[in-house]
Design a protein around this ligand. Structure first.
Ligand code: FPP
Length: 246
């Protein structure tokens, strides 16, 4: 667990940046409670924080960022909070063109679309299409996402291919499974950040974080600033990654 010092990004090795950063944006509710505000105010502040972090990551040359916006388990929250989060996401997608204008961000949504409203599905497709040809950072918004659901879904697709005679069970390998994930053709997560002091994965990118360096930050997500991102990257660069070797 790290409490960050005030420093800029001068000593970051730009030739050794994580290619893919995953973020569990935790602590919005507690942030709001501490200020006597409704939980929705925490989510709103969290969305603002996200814009700044994506902009900074893109400016630094990070290629992929995946953010956990709504998990398959978040439907258990009170309806009013679920509705608020869905509206916030909708606004984010609608305004993506404006808010991330000139920043060249490619937006994608990962997760199951089956439980999302038709309106949300249409907006996701629109935003994905609108930003697909850009050359900047790829931003995956994990929306109705669960790592286990993703793996079950991939398994079903492989089984279907076997049943249809397109594949034999022995031909199934890591590469074939990866091709059926929502993140097909994207690199694994190198750096996983979770804010607000919790140290668990909560069903996030179970396959893709296999070799990720994990950095747990005490601050709540709405307080997470670009300088905190720099510190996380610095920590990542100071870790010895061996990928099972010596
Ligand atoms: C966890 O905090 C956060 C979420 C469940 C939602 C994350 C959403 C945002 C940051 C804003 C919307 C995102 C986009 C892409 C516009 P929590 O509510 O579990 O906080 P707590 O643990 O303190 O209660």
């Amino acid at each position: 667990m790290f409490l960050f010092r005030k420093r800029d990004n001068k000593d970051i090795d730009m030739s050794n940046l994580p290619q893919h950063i995953g973020i569990i944006m935790d602590g919005n509710g507690r942030w709001a409670k501490k200020r006597g505000l409704p939980r929705s105010a925490g989510h709103k502040a969290g969305a603002e924080s996200l814009k700044k972090i994506v902009t900074e990551a893109n400016n630094m040359g990070i290629e992929y960022i995946t953010v956990y916006a709504f998990s398959t388990e978040n439907w258990k929250r009170p309806k009013a909070e679920v509705d608020y989060l869905m509206n916030l996401l909708m606004d984010y997608l609608i305004n993506a063109e404006k808010t991330l204008a000139g920043e060249n961000v490619r937006i994608r949504a990962i997760g199951s679309r089956a439980e999302l409203s038709e309106e949300m599905c249409r907006q996701i497709e629109k935003t994905e299409k609108l930003t697909a040809d850009r050359s900047g950072i790829v931003m995956n918004i994990a929306l109705n996402y669960g790592g286990r659901e993703e793996l079950v879904n991939a398994t079903k697709k492989l089984c279907r291919n076997v049943a249809e005679g397109k594949l034999t069970p022995d031909e199934i390998d890591e590469e074939k499974l990866e091709q059926e994930l929502y993140t097909a053709n994207q690199p694994d997560v190198d750096l996983l950040i979770r804010t607000s002091g919790e140290q668990r994965l909560s069903n996030f990118m179970l396959w893709q974080v296999s070799y990720a360096e994990m950095v747990f930050v005490k601050k709540a997500w709405p307080d997470f600033k670009p300088k905190d991102l720099h510190e996380c990257i610095r920590i990542f660069q100071n870790r010895g990654r061996r990928f099972g070797g010596i």
